[in-house]
Design a protein around this ligand. Structure first.
Ligand code: F6P
Length: 494
């Protein structure tokens, strides 16, 4: 709170994200407000309450528009209003072209190195440009009357172009951007026909943050290759169009204390008892868990293949080692996502037909909404947490799993292709998601670790996720921004 207060003392804070921190609905004439469970929005909300600024986000759903009115910002949280939530209303065409199209069929596969999935349609690009302009206009509008200069903090890949439009109108604003997904190498990035526009948009920021040093290096390489900017690798900064952009690794963490408390709650214990009974998981069974959105980057299919191999090669584990997969339907309507949902369901059925018995289901698969306590209970009760994406910017599930090991600790099995491996790889069992044989062997290794060894590893991992939690990330981000500002002031006064 102190760092936020320092930076925002003479500045107006504006957070901008695709997803909104609250959604409004009207039911039977009554207005209800829902707080989506996202970790990032939950962590930024108290910051905004301290800073008393504005949060600009896509108003997802007609109920919002109906309740809030077409233009107005609404004060949140409802019980004790502290800041303004301003919605950007999108047409169906914009949702299709900006969100399902350019964001998730161009930038998402591009940054996750899956160029075969790139769908560089012109209408996607024009909707992305138009929607980024709408976001920028909403920011400009909501800061027009402010007495203080704005600090605008953009979140993620949906908003690469908005900073340039804001910069053109507000040279006094401090603009920061955090890119939550990987940044690819130049060879990959150039597969996107609009690469120059994307870099031009992002270089309107004073600070661009990524999860890892490798993504920062890739970004600087792209800028170097694609623009006439001057790249200074020693200070990790770029001089472009009369301004300087600083590029920093700021690895995102979770609210580890909250996750541990959820895992320890009575609600988690009750939920697990019920879940076990419903799915016939015996108390003596060894359990592995995977929790993710149904996204092709998460490596669910290669993981199922590795598990299949493990059961085939280790029949002594059939009947007493169950894998629980929680899959959340995501980005439905995009062909690659719809197809994945079908394939995962079919693979689970096939594996269960192959090994299952009347008393035992090898893969317990659910797409149901689970309460936070339920997810925490799954993590807590699991002997193995399988977090094996084929590519991931960071992966916060790995950190949540670690934080929830409050009792008999389970072992984290982590893909070498997740951003989180840089921080957690030493004490996790690391696998290559596409090496089914090695992956199956590592599952065996993880299951045979002594209790003392898994305790030691879990303790080290817990220290890491508690020390570098989301509050640490917020502090580092605000301190970095403040240091850039101080540097500029001292240059101006020298
Ligand atoms: O990982 C990037 C990200 O935007 C996350 O911040 C978010 O949890 C996830 O993707 C969800 O995606 P969507 O908003 O498309 O449901």
């Amino acid at each position: 709170a102190e760092t936020v207060a320092q930076l925002c003392d003479d500045r107006e804070l504006v957070v901008v994200s695709n997803r909104e921190p609250y959604s409004h609905a009207r039911e039977d004439g009554e207005v209800s407000v829902d707080r989506p469970a996202g970790g990032l929005t939950a962590a930024l909300d108290p910051v905004m309450q301290t800073a008393e600024g504005t949060w600009v986000a896509w108003g997802d759903g007609d109920a919002d528009r109906e309740v809030v009115g077409p233009d107005d910002a609404v004060a949140v949280p409802p019980e004790d209003p502290a800041y303004d939530l301003r919605r950007v209303w999108l047409t169906d065409e914009q949702v299709e072209g900006y969100y399902r199209g350019y964001s998730n069929q161009v930038l998402w596969p591009l940054c996750h190195l899956d160029t075969a999935k790139l769908t560089p349609r012109e209408d996607f690009w024009s909707a992305y440009r138009e929607t980024n302009a709408d976001f920028a206009d909403a920011i400009l509008d909501s800061t027009a009357d402010a007495d203080r200069d704005p600090v605008v903090w953009f979140q993620d890949y949906h908003l690469a172009l908005a900073p340039r439009r804001v910069r053109e109108a507000r040279s006094d604003a401090f603009l920061a951007h955090f890119w939550h997904i990987p940044w690819p190498s130049w060879d990959v990035f150039r597969a996107c026909p609009q690469y120059e526009h994307l870099l031009d948009g992002l270089l309107a920021n004073d600070l661009v943050g990524f999860h890892t040093d490798a993504y920062c290096r890739n970004f600087l390489d792209c800028v170097d290759a694609a623009t006439d900017a001057r790249v200074d690798r020693s200070s990790r900064s770029v001089s472009y169009r009369g301004r300087r952009t600083f590029v920093r690794a700021l690895p995102l963490g979770i609210d580890a204390g909250r996750q541990a408390a959820l895992a320890e709650s009575d609600a988690a214990t009750e939920w697990w008892a019920q879940f076990r009974e419903t799915h016939g998981i015996d108390a003596s069974e060894t359990v592995a868990v995977g929790v993710e959105r149904l996204d092709y980057t998460k490596g669910i299919e290669p993981r199922l293949r590795a598990l299949e191999r493990f059961w085939a090669e280790n029949p002594e584990w059939c009947g007493n080692f169950t894998y629980v997969q929680k899959g959340t339907e995501s980005r439905s309507g995009i062909p690659a996502y719809d197809a994945l949902q079908d394939r995962v369901a079919a693979e689970v059925e096939r594996i269960n037909d192959r090994f299952g018995t009347d008393d035992w289901t090898p893969v317990v698969y659910t797409t149901d909404h689970l309460p936070e306590e339920g997810i925490a209970a799954l993590y807590r009760e699991a002997d193995l947490g399988l977090v094996t994406p084929v590519r991931d910017g960071m992966n916060l599930v790995a950190k949540e799993f670690v934080a929830a090991q409050t009792r008999d600790p389970g072992v984290l099995v982590l893909s070498e292709l997740a951003g989180a491996t840089g921080q957690l790889g030493d004490e996790a069992v690391v696998v290559h998601p596409h090496d089914a044989a090695g992956f199956a062997d590592r599952i065996g290794d993880a299951l045979s670790l002594s209790r003392a060894e898994s305790r030691r590893r879990a303790a080290d991992l817990q220290r890491e996720v508690h020390a570098e939690d989301v509050y640490d990330w917020l502090e580092s981000t605000f301190e970095t921004a403040a240091a850039i500002e101080r540097g500029r002031r001292s240059v101006r006064t020298a």
